[in-house]
Design a binder for this molecule. Structure first.
Ligand code: ZN
Length: 190
């Protein structure tokens, strides 16, 4: 099926700390269910979160957040990575920028990237841009991404669809598609 899930910036500072986003609460249970089903379906789950150094340009703009080796840069407890998952660190909005993500996706033979996490119109968007430039297809489960405001979220989704051709979907539909392909595989084996 050649898909992988990206979990972007679901970190303590983004959900509860210096960049607290109340709307993140809506997506936590949805991401949790999606990644649990992904592990069962052998779809790789790749966490990419900020681990900033003080010299990073974003620090001027947003103030210190998710600084490398601090609690704020840890994944929230609700959806912690398992041993089976991959965890990469980033220093810009994009999960691709000098993180090794592209190499990892190629090693895993991934063709379609499913983006989850924060924020629809910032890091998800820059990650989608870099995925698009590299030839990956994009799926965005809208119940697994969010922004500081409803407006930012809705406009963010619209941009992903219009500019990168992202398929806007939801976690239930994606899980359903994995179950269907599993059934189809089982039938093919018989
Ligand atoms: Zn940042």
């Amino acid at each position: 099926m050649e898909e992988a899930i990206l979990v972007i910036d679901m970190l303590k500072d983004f959900v509860y700390g210096s960049l607290k986003c109340d709307r993140a609460q809506r997506i936590i249970p949805n991401i949790k269910r999606l990644i649990e089903e992904a592990r069962k379906a052998n779809v790789p789950v790749i966490y990419v979160g900020d681990a900033h150094l003080p010299v990073d340009p974003e620090i001027q703009l947003w103030g210190p957040h998710a600084m490398k080796n601090t609690k704020g840069a840890e994944t929230i407890d609700e959806i912690r990575p398992t041993e089976k998952d991959y965890v990469l660190e980033k220093r810009t909005y994009s999960a691709f920028h000098e993180t090794g993500l592209d190499l990892l996706l190629r090693q895993l033979n991934v063709k379609t990237v499913i983006i989850t996490g924060l924020h629809t119109n910032i890091c998800d968007r820059h990650t989608a841009a870099d995925a698009y430039f590299r030839g990956y297809k994009l799926k965005i489960p809208e119940d697994c991404v969010d922004s500081f405001t409803e407006k930012d979220h809705i406009e963010g989704l619209d941009y992903l669809k219009r500019i990168y051709g992202a398929e806007i979907t939801n976690s239930s539909k994606i899980i359903e598609s994995w179950k269907k392909s599993k059934t189809a595989e089982a039938i093919a084996v018989k």
